[in-house]
Ligand binder design. Structure first.
Ligand SMILES: [Zn+2]
Length: 181
């Protein structure tokens, strides 16, 4: 049919849909009773669209990889140095904003996370920060610190959450744009 590998999933749906995943897989979802030939025809008809999006995804993926390659934490020694460097920036910010916001995290941890800059467990009050924050300008690191601390007041990203951000870090929208990768 064509040389693009496609993963087909049968679903309780009324139409065929195609989507490209972040890592460049072409996934087709189709109604259970539609014959395979119909699906193949549909995919062939959307070949241009698929190729265009695969190119875009590959370019974005490469950009991401180049960005993360900017921080070398391939050995325990380098990793330890990165943790020390980031902690020297983050710990004072956590202290400053914890006091201003009236929150108290139970612990701060650093991990080599690429999927997100930080995370906060509202129950245990533990906050994780990505070591790759070191690749961002200081004011963007500050934004992530405030964002995670804000989750200690409000776990969800609702209007209440953004009201807290408006109060303690008014440039949050600008920072969020800057750190979208
Ligand atoms: Zn959040």
């Amino acid at each position: 049919m064509n040389d693009i590998p496609v993963i087909i999933t049968r679903r309780r749906t009324s139409r065929i849909t195609i989507r490209i995943t972040k890592d460049g897989q072409v996934r087709v979802s189709a109604p259970r009773l539609v014959p395979r030939s119909t699906i193949e025809k549909f995919v062939a008809e959307h070949r241009d669209w698929i190729e265009k999006h695969l190119d875009k995804t590959a370019a974005r993926q490469q950009k991401r990889e180049e960005f993360y390659a900017g921080l070398d934490i391939s050995t325990p020694k380098l990793r330890k140095e990165a943790v020390g460097k980031l902690d020297a920036i983050v710990a004072p910010l956590v202290e400053k904003y914890s006091e201003q916001m009236g929150v108290k995290p139970s612990g701060i941890f650093y991990r080599a996370t690429k999927s997100r800059w930080g995370s906060c467990n509202a129950k245990t009050r533990r906050i994780n920060f990505s070591l790759y924050l070191l690749l961002l300008p200081d004011w963007c690191i500050e934004h992530i610190v405030v964002h995670e601390l804000a989750h200690l007041k409000e776990p969800n990203h609702g209007p209440r959450f953004y009201a807290i951000m408006d109060k303690y870090f008014p440039r949050w929208k600008e920072a969020r744009k800057e750190t979208a990768i």
